[in-house]
Design a protein. Sequence first.
Length: 294
Amino acid sequence: MINLLRAEWKKTVWNYKLTGFLVWAVPVGVLGFYMVMLMGGLFSREWMAGMLQTGSGIWTGDAVGAWGMVLAFPFTVLSRLLPLAFMAAVFAGEYQSGMWKNLIPRNRRALLILAKMAVVTALIAIALMAASALTVAGQGAGRLWLGWEYNPPVSGDVFSDFAVLYAQTALLGGLALTILAAMAALAAILTRSTLAALLVVFGFSTLDSLAMYILMLLARIFSLPEIVNLYRYTPQCNIDNAQSWFRTGAALPLPFETFSTGPDLGFSLAMLVIWVAGLTALVLAVFERQDITA
């Protein structure tokens, strides 16, 4: 398995155009934004002050905020498009290039698809961590230039609390990315098309992000208020609810009459694990039975 992971990592990373445009574009875009901000600030303090308003003014919040593109609505609707396109291209690309026909006779199918899922998830997570670091560095440099504070002051307790929060946020990000990777893999296996796989996984992601509003609409149309209780089983609800528990120690407030707060933390984490395990098992089952030569 280690050799498969290493080979998959090299093959994916060496595809410079794919990873450059769809993965590294995120931290490079953040870096470019702050370079423009800092250079513009040499000529106009107002320019830099305006650009700094994109941050929260708190370095711990800016650091975890970079994960919002895969965790936080409404950013999840469009900001996931780059990582979803990357996932679809990686999985469906094996069909279009004919690589599966050469790889599968020498390796177990389950290990191949699991290695690919692990690599695409890890690459996107690394890009988001780089974006976190660059955001804090850029905001910190701009605030230092203007003489603004960048709270909270760094201390052992503050850094310890931040490390725990960042690890919790990264855990949720990893679970969310794995769910999307499994869905992209399943779509690619069934369609064997990059575009079709992207449309399927983007549709899944969008429906999940908008599930609250869709269920509210359905409840009103059919006069079934209890239908909104289905929201507790969606990935987005449990991601948001787990974040609320991690950050505030309380469940997520919800606008439903029959479901006014999110479930407890254990339920949300369990549901996310079930989504990961269920989709992964489905991917393996379908892939094991597929006729690659057809």
